[in-house]
Design a protein around this ligand. Structure first.
Ligand SMILES: [Fe+2]
Length: 500
């Protein structure tokens, strides 16, 4: 029972996109009303941290023990007792190494088990998945049941165009039929995503169970959201490609002038404390055929030295958070580790380098930053998806609660012991790059940003039919998630408010 309660509490905080520290969890378990205490902590942390610490639990317990006569209600006191969120707090880096097994098969098995466990936990107990069973315990005589499984294969029947899914869980494998035009067939089912499936069994034992409904982990409709207590801002950039001949120097100068308060809207610049860069910091070498023709700097170390020079043009007071992308000099398999210290040493001290992906909180607002390599797999797999509208694909990522589910295609996946591409906790902002366009959207309260590029169109992109929308930046108010789009493409900064 204690194990169940522990798991329940962890899950409860995760649903409210909070991580609970081990010490805090033990204090909660030791209390005579752990669920009530947990609820109080969540209710009182509207402007609090994404991490529940032992100190926070102690603060609430202390107030319970010594209520002052005529004082404000406990909840109100606790709200004041809880510390303000830190300007920056690391929630979780996607990269955790090394693999648990040296044999690739065993290592990938551990990765997929980790994915399954993490995503299945988000769906257990849902009323849309009645009579939930392990696959090995499915009985056709029961008429109906539900499973949670990873999609191993999707194929279409040749004549009627129904779908047949092969779904695996820890206990076995089953083939199920998704009738054409049924609710389950409305959203493309991707290989290696984890889904909940409500099944109905036919009386005829020879027929496949039919899918009544498909559930995805998704972002909860009702959840606590992170908002900064004060109107400080973050600016989101991506795909600098320093070292490329096509690096947009004049627009970059307009950006640095703006951030130094020497351009238009100095009040806006003064409100910015954070810069997030979603990968492809440099152009790299050997990333695509005959790239050397596009390079202004052909030595990758020199590219990072130049990146350091460019980033030192930003005001020193800014907290700069940068993750790598597929052009950077780290292992291309995802999750990617952070830049090695031999390269990071060329960057100014206010730049914090993290893994790709990484989740972190800026003033209590949880940001999931992912470069976006999986667009190369998801765009061909999702009908209607395109590089011009990456935020549509990002919605799908949130529904799956996974950034790059498809194994064995263009996005190499690293066989690490924890699947760091699972989106957990649910973020307040999801930022990507890679598509070299600019996109803003919202999904269930999550702000979606595709953060443009600082590289003009290259011949390689022309060949691949990618039309960049360069030199744009989103300036986000962390207390409201309202934003301005900055356009630096002409070498002069202009700003437009984005309607919410
Ligand atoms: Fe890029």
């Amino acid at each position: 029972m204690a194990g169940d309660l522990r798991e329940h509490l962890v899950h409860f905080f995760e649903e409210h996109h909070k991580l609970v520290e081990a010490g805090a969890l033990q204090l909660l378990l030791d209390d005579h009303q752990p669920l009530v205490l947990s609820q109080e902590l969540v209710e009182n942390s509207v402007d609090g941290s994404p991490v529940v610490t032992r100190e926070m639990v102690e603060a609430v317990l202390a107030l319970r023990r010594t209520p002052a006569v005529g004082a404000a209600p406990t909840a109100e006191l606790a709200r004041h007792a809880l510390p303000s969120p830190s300007p920056f707090e690391l929630v979780q880096e996607g990269f955790v190494g090394p693999p648990v097994a040296s044999q690739p098969h065993a290592a990938y098995q551990a990765l997929f088990h980790s994915r399954y466990r993490a995503l299945a936990r988000l769906m257990r107990g849902r009323p849309q998945l009645p009579n939930l069973r392990p696959i090995k315990d499915l009985r056709a005589s029961e008429g109906g049941a539900s499973i949670i499984g990873m999609v191993r294969d999707v194929r279409e029947t040749p004549q009627r165009h129904h779908l047949i899914l092969t779904v695996d869980d820890d206990t076995g494998s089953v083939e199920v039929l998704v009738p054409k035009g049924s609710p389950g067939a409305r959203v493309a089912i991707l290989p290696d995503e984890v889904v909940g499936v409500h099944l109905s069994f036919a009386k005829d034992a020879g027929r496949l169970p039919r899918v009544v409904n498909i559930e995805r982990p998704d972002i909860p409709v009702h959840r606590a959201v992170g908002r900064a207590p004060r109107g400080r801002r973050a600016i989101f950039l991506s795909d600098l490609h320093v070292g490329s001949r096509s690096f947009l120097l004049e627009p970059w100068k307009a950006l640095t002038e703006f951030l130094r308060g020497q351009g238009p809207e100095p009040w806006l610049a003064a409100s910015i404390d954070h810069v997030v860069i979603a990968g492809d910091l440099v152009d790299g070498i050997g990333v695509y055929p005959r790239q050397e023709r596009d390079l202004a700097i052909s030595d990758v170390v020199e590219q990072y030295v130049e990146l350091g020079r460019r980033l030192s043009e930003l005001p020193e007071r800014l907290n700069v958070v940068a993750i790598p992308g597929n052009h950077d000099a780290v292992c291309p398999a995802e999750p990617q580790p952070t830049l090695p210290s031999s390269l990071a040493t060329h960057l100014p001290p206010n730049v914090r380098v993290l893994a790709n992906p990484s989740a972190f909180a800026l003033e209590g607002v949880v940001v999931e930053a992912y470069h976006g390599r999986s667009f190369d797999d998801l765009i061909p797999a999702i009908p209607g998806a395109s590089y011009a509208r990456p935020t549509e694909v990002m919605k799908r990522m949130l529904q799956m609660r996974h950034l790059a589910p498809i194994y064995g295609d263009r996005t190499p996946l690293a066989p690490l012991p924890r699947d760091g591409l699972v989106i957990d906790p649910a973020p307040d902002i999801l930022v990507t790059g890679h598509a070299h366009t600019y996109g803003v959207d919202r999904y269930r309260g999550v702000l979606l940003l595709n953060a443009s590029t600082w590289q003009a169109e290259t011949e390689y992109q022309r060949m691949r039919n990618i039309s960049p929308v360069p030199a744009r930046a989103a300036v986000v108010d962390l207390s409201t998630l309202g934003l301005f789009t900055g356009d630096f493409s002409t070498g002069t900064a202009t700003f437009a408010a984005v309607p919410t």
